[in-house]
Design a protein around this ligand. Structure first.
Ligand SMILES: NC(=O)c1ccc[n+]([C@@H]2O[C@H](COP(=O)([O-])OP(=O)(O)OC[C@H]3O[C@@H](n4cnc5c(N)ncnc54)[C@H](O)[C@@H]3O)[C@@H](O)[C@H]2O)c1
Length: 370
């Protein structure tokens, strides 16, 4: 198959959809890989490394799109890319269709086959192409939180791990899923006193088993959250109710009960946030302060660590990309249900119910095409 890897052009997006190692895996299976020049530079991969791995380097994005049977990307296509996508071309990337109608309509009009990373789903309901980014964001939430706890950045001025003779900081993690578990692990490793809250008792039992001694678990409810926020230094929001807006677990009135310089990191901000006072921020201007409480609410946290994020993402996407290249999308989706769940738009028809419902578009059962 002929595969194209364009450079990401969305503002501040430095990830790339294929590494030189991934290129080599595809090339050695007989596929042709076109990579747009400088596509990997933001993630630390030079053109020469791709060329050495067997890629053909191309200057122009339009040429990459016109040559490729499958486009592998990271972010959803933006307006200037819509017209480059061809009929019957397979586009494998994050789309998040339900959040942007013009994109859904443009992809329907293009006649392309759109396989969305975010809806590739295993039989157990897990989302293998979202997990790596939650792992990155969860770990990073503590790194950022620790930084903003420093006095010059308006935090309380407390060191997460304390020192001999001085108590460590207290970290509260809301949600014990992928984000929460990764956050707790890093906070615990830095020596903080950590509490994870979740509504799922089975999950809490598991975390209680595997986490180190400085991590405690608690059932999440308003009463307990109200108590705990009073003496915790860093609070991480990592809750998710699939398909719904995040519940507001920290309400505006709770801020007044927190100590000045408390830091809130709302990782769930991309789903509306679980802290009432959080509104999305960017890496250029990541924080704001309300009632002396520092709010960090960056919606694309992994974007700040493109080297790690690119490797984490491509580790997860590559096996699927290889399968799509080897078998073509139809056969691959017939044989692999994870991939079949990723099909959102096929040749002008919406085949993912939630996307059709979101914009009142006609829904076609994917079986029509397989
Ligand atoms: N900002 C970013 O850059 C970024 C990056 C990756 C993920 N995210 C977001 O982080 C959020 C968490 O993702 P995840 O992969 O950890 O999800 P997940 O499904 O693995 O975990 C969510 C957890 O929240 C728990 N939960 C639900 N309601 C709760 C409540 N009322 N109190 C406490 N816990 C509750 C669930 O039981 C589950 O264990 C998502 O909204 C995701 O989109 C953001």
């Amino acid at each position: 198959m002929i595969i194209g890897v364009p450079k990401e052009i969305k503002n501040n997006e430095n990830r790339v959809a294929l590494t030189p190692a991934g290129t080599q895996e595809l090339v050695k299976r007989g596929h042709t890989v076109y990579v747009q020049q400088t596509a990997g530079v933001g993630s630390g991969f030079a053109d020469e490394e791709y060329a050495k791995a067997g890629a053909k380097m191309i200057k122009d994005a339009a040429e990459v799109y016109s040559l490729a049977e499958m486009i592998i990307k990271v972010k959803e296509p933006i307006e200037q890319e819509y017209k480059l996508i061809k009929k019957d071309q397979l586009v494998f990337t994050y789309f998040h269709f339900a959040s942007y109608e013009p994109l859904a309509k443009a992809m329907v009009e293009s006649g392309a086959v759109c396989l969305a990373y975010e809806t590739v789903e295993r039989v157990d309901g897990s989302l293998p192409l979202l997990i790596p980014m939650s792992e990155v964001a969860g770990r990073m939430s503590i790194q950022e939180g620790a930084k903003y706890l420093e006095k010059p950045l308006k935090g309380r001025g407390i060191l997460l791990g304390g020192v001999p003779g001085v108590k460590p900081a207290k970290v509260l993690v809301l949600g014990g899923g992928v984000v929460g578990t990764n956050a707790a692990k890093i906070a615990a490793g830095m020596g903080a006193d950590v509490t994870i809250m979740d509504v799922n008792l089975t999950r809490l039992r598991y975390l209680d088993d595997v986490m180190p001694k400085n991590v405690h678990t608690m059932v999440s409810n308003e009463y307990s959250i109200r108590e705990l926020v009073k003496d915790h230094d860093l609070i991480i929001g990592g809750v998710l109710i699939p398909g719904a807006k995040a519940p507001k677990l920290i309400t505006r009135d709770m801020l007044k009960t927190m100590r000045p310089g408390t830091v809130l990191v709302d990782v769930a901000v991309d789903q509306g946030g679980c802290i009432e006072t959080c509104t999305p921020t960017t890496h250029e201007n990541p924080t704001f302060i309300i009632d002396d409480v520092v709010h960090y609410c960056v919606a694309n946290m992994p974007g700040a660590v493109p080297y790690t994020s690119t490797l984490a993402l491509t580790n997860a996407t590559l096996p699927y990309a290889v399968r799509l290249a080897n078998q073509g999308w139809k056969k691959a989706c017939v044989e692999n249900t994870d991939l079949r769940n990723g099909l959102n738009v096929i040749q002008g028809e919406v085949v993912y119910k939630a996307v059709a419902d979101a914009f009142n578009l006609h829904y076609t059962d994917v079986k029509k095409f397989l």
